[in-house]
Write a protein that binds this ligand. Structure first.
Ligand code: SF4
Length: 590
C-alpha cells in the first residue's frame, strides 16, 4: 500500500525503516539515523521525518490535517479496490472513511437519500460512442434504478446500485472502454470540452484530443490522485458553442493571434484560473499564451503545484482559488514554470483576436457542421434524465445515421453529430419517437437541476421534480423567443451552479401555514462567458410547488416590459434589485 507523503515510501516501508533505524541507533548506542523529507538518510533527528518526528503530508503534520486528509493518509482511496471487491461479495456498503475512499472509484454511498450506491463515470471531453451509451443503458437497467442522468460536467451518473453489483458495474464500464476512477472525492473531475468540438463551423481549434490527453494523463499518474480538494479542467475551442470554461479551476480557451504581436501568428490558448461559482468567482485570464501542445503539460504542472501547496487543514480553503488568493497569480505561475522544461509564453489578452460570438444554447435543434452536407442535432433532455430505452434509441440513431459519435453538454443535453442532409427528417422523427425534443425549447433546454433530495443527502428539496414542474407549465403557457437558463440546486455546494443562471434557485426549508415545506431562495441575472456575472439575491423562501406560478408571472412581466429584442438577462440587469422585487413579486402568489 502506498502512502501519499513527501518521502515516496509506503507505510510498510516507513514502519520498517523506523524500526530498522531505531534498532540500529540502539545497538550503536548514540547515533541517529533517519530519513529527510526528500528521501535522503540523515543522522540529524531534527531534519528526519522517520525518526522521532511526526509524519507529514506535504509539510503539514498529521495532527493538523483535516478529516478527509487523515482518511487519505490512513489509506489512499486508490488502494481499496480489493476491499470494494470484498464488500461486493458480502453485499456490504462502505463504512467510516471507506465511504470517502469509494468515491475514488466513482462509487458514492448516498444514504440517507437512497440506501444504495451512485456511479459517476468519466466521459472524457463529454464525447462517447454508441456502444458506450448502450452499455451505460445496460448498467442502469440491470444494476441501477432504470434511469441515468446527464450531469453538468457532460458526464453520466447512474443510481440505485447495490454493493453486490458494484464490481459488475466497474468491470462492465472497463469493458466499454470507460472508467469511473477519480470521478469523486478530492480528484480531477471529468475533463470537459466544447460539445461541438471537431464540427463547429466557427471553432478555432478542435479541443477534444486535448481533453482526452488530459484525461489519459490523469488516469495514469498517481500524483493526480493526491489533491487537497476537487479540481475542474475544461477546454473551449473558441467557437460559437460554450462549455462554461470560466467556471473551472483551469479553463483553456482557443484564440487566434494575428501579425505584429511578437509571436508567430496562429492558434494559441489563453488560460483562465480559479473559477468556482459556488464561491461566486469566475475564472479569469492569467496572461499566459500557450501553443496547443503546451496546454496539457501546463495543466499537469499547475495541478502539481496545487498538490504540493494547497491547503490540507481546512476543507473550505482547499480549492485552487484560495492558494492563488494567498500567493498572487505571479507566484503561482513562477512555481508552475519551475516544473516545466519549456518556457510559458505571455501576451495581453486584448492582443488576441476576439472570440467568436457565443450563441446561447445555439447547439439545440439542427445545425450545419463545418463538414459540408453534415449536421448536428442538439436534443433536449429535461433535467438530464434518460431511460435505458431512450439511451439505446439515441445510440441507434447515432450509429445508423451518424458515425456512432455522441456528445453530452454541460447543460445536461445530448448532441447527435454527422447526420446527412438527406437523413435529417427521418432522424427528427426518430428523436420524437423517443419522447425527446430536438427543437430549441427556450425553457426546458436551459433548465438545469442537481440531483436533489431523491438522491443526495445534502439537498433540502426535490430539485429535479420541481424543475420538471416548471418545464411542464412553461413549455405550454409561455412563448419565449430567446433561451432562458433556470438552475435549481439543492444546497450551497451548487452542483447546478445557481449563481450563473438567469434565474437561480437554491433549496431551503420554508414555513407555510406553520408547516415546513420544500422551498427555494432565488437569485437573478447570472451568466457565463460573454454574459459573465454572478446572480444577485432577489427573493427568499419560495415554496417549491409555487415555483411554476412565480416564474410564469416573472416571465410575463419581462415579456410585457422589455425593450425591443431584449433578452431576459439584459432586462433584469437593466433594473436594480428593488425594482425587480416590485415588478416580479408584487402580485405573485408569495
Ligand atoms: Fe447534492 Fe448539494 Fe450537489 Fe445538489 S448541489 S447534488 S444537493 S451536493
Amino acid at each position: 500500500m502506498n502512502i501519499p507523503n513527501q518521502t515516496g515510501f509506503s507505510r510498510e516501508q516507513k514502519n520498517y525503516l523506523e524500526g530498522f533505524f531505531s534498532g540500529v541507533a540502539q545497538r550503536a548506542g548514540s547515533s541517529f539515523l533517519g530519513e529527510t523529507a526528500d528521501g535522503r538518510i540523515t543522522n540529524n533527528a531534527g531534519e528526519s521525518v522517520t525518526g522521532n518526528k511526526l509524519e507529514e503530508v506535504y509539510g503539514v503534520p498529521i495532527e493538523d490535517l483535516c478529516k478527509e486528509e487523515k482518511i487519505k493518509h490512513e489509506e489512499h482511496g486508490l488502494d481499496v479496490f480489493d476491499k470494494i471487491w470484498e464488500h461486493a461479495e458480502q453485499d456490504k456498503f462502505p463504512e467510516g472513511g471507506d465511504v470517502f475512499r469509494w468515491k475514488f472509484h466513482g462509487l458514492f454511498y448516498v444514504k440517507p437519500a437512497q440506501d444504495s450506491l451512485m456511479l459517476r463515470c468519466r466521459i472524457a471531453g463529454c464525447a462517447l460512442l454508441a456502444h458506450q451509451m448502450e452499455g451505460l443503458a445496460e448498467i442502469a437497467e440491470k444494476w441501477g434504478g432504470q434511469y441515468a442522468h446527464v450531469t453538468t460536467r457532460g458526464n453520466f451518473q447512474i443510481r440505485e446500485i447495490m454493493p453486490k453489483d458494484s464490481m459488475k458495474v466497474l468491470l462492465h464500464l472497463a469493458d466499454l472502454g470507460l472508467t469511473s476512477k477519480g470521478s469523486g472525492a478530492d480528484n480531477l473531475r471529468n475533463v470537459t470540452a466544447s460539445p461541438t468540438a471537431g464540427f463547429d463551423p466557427n471553432e478555432v481549434y478542435d479541443v477534444l484530443p486535448l481533453a482526452r490527453n488530459m484525461h489519459t494523463y490523469i488516469l495514469n499518474t498517481r500524483e493526480m490522485y493526491d489533491l487537497p480538494r476537487k479540481f475542474n479542467i475544461s477546454f473551449d475551442g473558441g467557437g460559437s458553442i460554450s462549455v462554461c470554461a470560466d467556471t473551472n479551476d483551469i479553463g483553456f480557451l482557443a484564440v487566434r493571434v494575428g501579425e505584429g504581436h511578437g509571436v508567430d501568428p496562429g492558434v494559441y490558448f489563453r488560460v483562465q484560473l480559479c473559477g468556482i461559482t459556488g464561491h461566486r468567482q469566475f475564472a479569469s485570464d492569467c496572461g499566459l499564451l500557450l501553443r496547443p501542445d503546451e496546454c496539457v503539460p501546463v495543466a499537469a504542472a499547475m495541478v502539481r503545484v496545487f498538490v504540493e501547496h494547497g491547503c490540507r487543514t481546512n476543507r473550505k480553503k482547499a480549492r485552487l482559488k484560495y492558494l492563488i488568493d494567498d500567493w498572487g497569480v505571479e507566484k503561482f505561475l513562477e512555481e508552475t514554470q519551475k516544473k516545466l522544461a519549456f518556457t510559458m509564453g505571455c501576451l495581453p489578452f486584448d492582443e488576441c483576436e476576439p472570440r467568436f460570438e457565443i450563441v446561447r444554447h445555439g447547439y439545440l435543434g439542427v445545425h450545419p457542421q463545418k463538414q459540408k452536407g453534415l449536421n448536428y442535432i442538439g436534443v433536449v433532455v429535461p433535467v438530464g434524465f434518460l431511460t435505458p430505452e431512450q439511451m439505446r434509441g439515441l445510440a441507434k440513431i447515432s450509429r445508423r445515421y451518424g458515425t456512432g459519435d455522441i456528445r453530452l453538454t454541460v447543460w445536461q443535453n445530448v448532441i447527435l453529430p454527422h447526420i446527412s442532409d438527406a437523413d435529417l427528417e427521418t432522424v427528427k422523427g426518430e428523436i420524437k419517437a423517443l419522447q425527446l425534443e430536438y427543437t430549441a425549447n427556450f425553457v426546458t433546454g436551459g433548465l438545469v437541476a442537481c440531483t436533489g433530495n431523491r438522491g443526495c443527502r445534502f439537498s433540502s428539496a426535490d430539485t429535479k421534480g420541481h424543475a420538471m414542474k416548471i418545464s411542464e407549465r412553461l413549455s405550454g403557457e409561455i412563448s419565449l423567443d430567446q433561451p432562458i437558463n433556470i438552475h435549481l440546486t439543492g444546497c450551497p455546494n451548487s452542483c447546478a451552479q445557481h449563481y450563473i443562471g438567469d434565474i437561480g434557485l437554491v433549496a431551503t426549508p420554508v414555513k407555510r401555514d406553520g408547516e415546513s415545506v420544500e422551498g427555494y431562495n432565488m437569485v437573478i441575472g447570472g451568466g457565463v462567458d460573454n454574459e459573465q456575472g454572478i446572480a444577485r439575491e432577489l427573493h427568499n423562501g419560495i415554496p417549491g410547488d409555487e415555483l411554476p406560478d412565480v416564474i410564469e408571472y416573472m416571465l410575463e412581466r419581462y415579456m410585457a416590459g422589455r425593450e425591443r429584442g431584449e433578452s431576459f438577462l439584459e432586462f433584469v440587469r437593466r433594473h436594480d434589485i428593488e425594482a425587480l422585487k416590485t415588478l416580479f413579486f408584487n402580485h405573485a402568489t408569495v
